[in-house]
Design a protein around this ligand. Structure first.
Ligand code: F6P
Length: 322
C-alpha cells in the first residue's frame, strides 16, 4: 500500500502526554513526506468530518500541556457496525490511508473494527489507568500517580494535624495500579484495589488498631475507584474505631496538569513508532513498551491479553506500612 496521508485522533478519557504523542506522529509523518490530518473529538469527529490539516507548527508548544489539543469524546454512533462503515467511508473521502488512535482499550476496539473496514489503524495506549495488558506503561499514568501522590501529601498535613483518618479515592475503574503505587508512595495504612478482595475488619480496622498501638495517630487509606464507596467506608471506620474520618475523591484532578518527563518521552517514542508503522501500510497494531523497548502487537492479541496485578508489590506495600 502506498501511504500518502495519515490521520491522528485521541479518544476516551484524556491523559497527560497525549499531546507529546500527537506531536511525534505529526512530525514523524511530515518528515517522511506524508500529509497529516488531525481528527478532532475522537471517532465522533471522524463521523462528522471534524478534521484539520496539521503542519510542523500545528504541534508547537503543546508537549508540556495536559489534555489533548485534538479534544476527545466518546462516540455511541461509532460503536455500531453502521457507524464504523460510515467512518471508513469518511476516511476514503478525505483520502486518509491510515489512522493513529491514541486512547484506551475501548478506542482500540474501534481501531480494530476500522481496520476491518479497510482503513489500517495503529493504537497508542493513552490512559491514566495503566490498564492495557500488553504494555508496562500507558501514557498519562506516571503524571497521574505523581499528581495523586502530591494531593495525598497535602491531605496528610491536615489529617496529621487533626489525628484523623483520610479515606482517599484515586482513579482506576478496573485497575488498581494507580492506587497501589500511590499508596506505596504516601505510606498508606491500607490500599484497596478491585483485583484483591478485602475484609473490612481484617484489612482496615485491625491494621489501623495495630498501628495505633505502636503510636500511630493518623491514617491514610487509599481506595481505587473500582472499589468505590469511600463515603460509606469512611463513616464505617469512624463508627468502628472512634477515629474521626473523612472521605476525599481526587477525581478528574488526576487527569490534568503538565505531563511528567516520563510521559512526554513515552508519548513521543510511541507516537513516532505508530507513524512509522502506518507509513509502511501496517495496521491493526497496538504500540507498547516492554523492558524499555517500544514494540507493537496485533490489536486482537493485545485486547485478549490478561492484565496481571502485581500481588507481590501489594503484599510489600502492606508489610512496610505498619
Ligand atoms: O480511563 C481513565 C478514567 O479516568 C477512569 O479511571 C475512569 O473510570 C474514567 O476514565 C472516567 O471517565 P469520565 O469521567 O471522563 O467519564
Amino acid at each position: 500500500m502506498n501511504t500518502k496521508t495519515i490521520a491522528v485522533l485521541t479518544s476516551g478519557g484524556d491523559a497527560p502526554g497525549m499531546n507529546a504523542a500527537i506531536r511525534a506522529v505529526v512530525r514523524t509523518a511530515l518528515a517522511d513526506g506524508l500529509r497529516v490530518l488531525g481528527i478532532r473529538r475522537g471517532y465522533n469527529g471522524l463521523l462528522n468530518g471534524d478534521v484539520i490539516d496539521m503542519n510542523l507548527r500545528s504541534v508547537s508548544d503543546i508537549i508540556h500541556h495536559g489534555g489533548t489539543m485534538l479534544y476527545t469524546a466518546r462516540s455511541p454512533e461509532f460503536n455500531t457496525p453502521a457507524g464504523v462503515k460510515k467512518a471508513a467511508n469518511m476516511c476514503r473521502n478525505l483520502g486518509i490511508d491510515g489512522v493513529v488512535v491514541i486512547g484506551g482499550d475501548g478506542s482500540f476496539r474501534g481501531a480494530r473494527d476500522l481496520t476491518g473496514e479497510g482503513i489500517p489503524c495503529v493504537g497508542v495506549p493513552g490512559t491514566i489507568d495503566n490498564d492495557i495488558a500488553c504494555t508496562e506503561y500507558t501514557i498519562g499514568y506516571d503524571t497521574a500517580m505523581n499528581t495523586a501522590m502530591e494531593m495525598v501529601d497535602r491531605l496528610r498535613d491536615t489529617t496529621e494535624s487533626h489525628d484523623r483518618c483520610s479515606v482517599v479515592e484515586v482513579m482506576g475503574r478496573r485497575c488498581g495500579d494507580l492506587a497501589l503505587n500511590t499508596g506505596i508512595a504516601v505510606g498508606a495504612t491500607t490500599i484497596l484495589v478491585p483485583e484483591v478482595e478485602f475484609d473490612f475488619e481484617r484489612d482496615v480496622v485491625n491494621r489501623m488498631r495495630s498501628t495505633q498501638r505502636t503510636g500511630k495517630r493518623h491514617f491514610i487509606i487509599v481506595v481505587a475507584e473500582g472499589v468505590g464507596g469511600v463515603s460509606e467506608l469512611s463513616a464505617k471506620i469512624q463508627d468502628e474505631t472512634g477515629i474521626e474520618s473523612r472521605a476525599t475523591i481526587l477525581g478528574h484532578v488526576q487527569r490534568g496538569g503538565s505531563p511528567t518527563m516520563r510521559d512526554r518521552v513515552l508519548g513521543s517514542l510511541m507516537g513516532n513508532h505508530a507513524a512509522n508503522l502506518l507509513k509502511e501500510g501496517i495496521g491493526n497494531r497496538v504500540v507498547a513498551i516492554r523492558a524499555n523497548k517500544v514494540v507493537d502487537f496485533d490489536i486482537t492479541e493485545a485486547l485478549n491479553q490478561k492484565r496481571v496485578f502485581d500481588e507481590e508489590r501489594y503484599r510489600i506495600a502492606h508489610k512496610i506500612s505498619i
